[in-house]
Design a protein around this ligand. Structure first.
Ligand code: AMP
Length: 549
């Protein structure tokens, strides 16, 4: 019959129950080791938190409210019991585990295969009610403990204190392989399930870069002042403009070209004019890039370019008004060879040897082999020049560094505009006053703490357009987790960029900090919640301000 989901859930419980990495790894390796190939692949993917391999573009598309309803129905809990439990847990899966106490109405036990089949079916099913029915049928067979993980996986928010790196280590341990080899195969092939099976059969080395399986994008660490750059790594420094557009990963193999967003979604159709120029470049490749628009040689401000992103259909008019340019700043694969482990200096040479044309370009690269005041003065000039070209600031990169997918390290530094904005997530909203009566216009927002928890840091009246506020009101009404009259706690899924004058210690919020004069600069729908700024960054800003006054 195949392996039972209850056994998987018991292993997940054991992983959650300990904070010791070694213990987590021991549990996982012990559980994964004896599984048959098919079950092993499914089990590993579920531990990675997704219903499908990363390389698989399918989505379940089960809405939050459908999950809440299914949980309510299965638990037979009152509506306010769900809201109250959510306040305690801030996680719908944990809510399900607490409220589902009776035996499952459908006694057939769930196997891993059942889950995989159900996910295939949910993804292939169109229409909300049909999807809901499938989720309900799954929950009907689940115990409280199984429901915890089903809801987490379907809701796309696993959080059981298991990073993918630890899962990779556990796979290495289960089958006596090298952890680096496991990590490499997983990153290239885009499927931790397939990687586990490869580890079992000792075929990790044969994993190749899978085209059209986007890899996580390397992230940058903000630099609060230019003198900080020299502390991060020694010269030389690779300096490029920081373009204020949207991140994209471009894949080409054969005649096929696809573009992926930083959330790894396929966005090719949004930029049809980039397809032919990319296809015209011979051979296969994967590029890391920023897409933006230029007018008279200057970058069009993001807020203007954004109007093009919101539209479903890209009309000829929009394309003429805001033509897309792809600024390729890195290359991850070329003609069948993965380049991630090569130093940036080498990747940069390979990138710049590509015969690019038209709207596909590479940014100007400045190499600063300087230190001390000379470096700061030079960076200052470059920053000013970049701003004069309409760009956001600078990216400073270490030419010795490999490409680290999905990692934020000190090898890429970003020097931004005012240096006084943070990307935060909205946690609560309030009805506005006066002209803003009837819309949810006041937002409370949070940064991410050390253990991934959200810590409120400020509250601001929306600086968004009336249309955006109306749209956000609708969104928040549908994603309310607790309605307390004036104030509503909302599902933390909306990332915004907030500008401020200062950050100071304060008792008002649970971060222990508060922003002075926070202003919402814009919505950041392109940015996943996992990538918002951290409490550590906010503290660093506060410490610096404290020192300055
Ligand atoms: P932020 O979105 O503020 O965290 O800044 C990092 C983002 O800057 C990256 O995700 C890219 O989308 C963007 N970016 C713009 N220009 C560059 C560049 N030359 N190199 C790397 N990233 C860039």
């Amino acid at each position: 019959m195949g392996s039972l989901f209850a056994e998987w859930a018991a292993a997940a419980d054991a992983v959650r129950a300990t904070s010791k990495k070694l213990e987590k790894m021991r549990v996982l390796a012990g559980y994964l080791g004896p599984l048959a190939d098919d079950d092993l692949a499914v089990a590993a993917r579920l531990f990675a938190g997704g219903p499908f391999p990363r390389a698989d573009q399918r989505v379940l598309a089960v809405g939050w409210s459908a999950l809440v309803d299914a949980t309510r129905e299965r638990s037979r809990a009152a509506a306010d019991a769900i809201g109250a439990a959510y306040q305690r847990h801030a996680d719908l899966g944990d809510v399900a585990a607490e409220l589902i106490v009776d035996a499952s109405p459908d006694p057939r036990p769930l196997t891993l295969r059942d889950l995989a089949d159900a996910f295939d079916e949910i993804a292939a099913t169109r229409g909300t009610s049909a999807k809901r029915a499938l989720v309900r049928a799954l929950l009907a067979r689940a115990s409280g403990s199984e429901a915890r993980y089903l809801v987490k996986i379907v809701g796309g928010d696993m959080r059981i204190g298991l990073r993918e790196a630890l899962l990779e280590d556990a796979i290495a341990r289960a089958f006596g392989r090298d952890r680096e080899a496991v990590a490499r195969a997983n990153m290239l092939g885009g499927d931790v399930g397939e990687t586990a099976v490869r580890a079992k059969h000792d075929t990790l080395a044969a994993a190749a870069f899978a085209h059209f399986a986007p890899v996580g994008m390397m992230l940058a660490t903000p630099v609060l002042e230019l003198a900080e750059v020299a502390k991060r790594f020694p010269p030389p420094y690779y300096v490029e403009d920081k373009f204020d557009g949207v991140r994209a990963q471009a894949h080409k193999s054969g005649d096929r070209v696809e573009l992926y967003s930083r959330t790894l979604d396929r966005v090719t159709d949004r930029f049809p004019e980039l397809v032919a120029p990319l296809r015209d470049v011979p051979g296969s490749f994967v590029l890391d890039a920023e897409i933006l628009s230029f007018r008279d040689g200057r970058a069009v401000p993001f807020t203007e370019f954004q109007t093009r992103l919101g539209r479903k259909a890209v009309t000829d008019e929009l394309r003429a008004e805001l033509p897309a340019t792809l600024m390729a700043f890195d290359i991850l694969e070329r003609d069948g060879e993965a380049l991630l482990e090569r130093p940036l200096a080498e990747r940069s040479r390979i990138l710049r040897a590509l015969p690019l044309a038209g709207p596909v370009r590479t940014p100007d690269l400045r190499v600063l082999d300087l230190a001390g005041d000379e470096l700061v003065a030079s960076l200052e000039r470059e920053f000013g020049a970049s701003r004069a070209r309409g760009n956001e600031g600078l990216m400073v990169k270490d030419p010795r560094s490999p490409y680290r997918p999905g990692r934020r390290g000190m090898e890429w530094l970003k020097v931004k505009r005012a240096l006084r904005t943070l990307d935060v997530v909205v946690t609560a909203v309030e009805w506005g006053h006066g002209k803003r009566r009837g819309v949810l216009s006041d937002y409370t927002f949070a940064v991410r703490g050390e253990r991934g928890e959200l810590r409120n840091i400020g509250k601001a009246y929306s600086g968004l357009t009336d249309r955006e506020i109306a749209e956000m009101t609708e969104h928040f009404l549908a994603h309310t987790v607790a309605d307390r009259g004036r104030v509503r706690a909302v599902e933390p899924d909306t990332v915004i960029e907030v500008a401020f004058d200062q950050i100071q210690p304060s008792e008002r919020h649970d971060s222990g900090l508060a922003m002075r004069f926070p202003r919402i600069v814009r919505l950041r729908p392109d940015k996943p919640v996992a990538e918002i700024d951290t409490l550590a960054t906010a503290r660093a800003i506060a410490a610096r301000e404290g020192g300055a006054t």
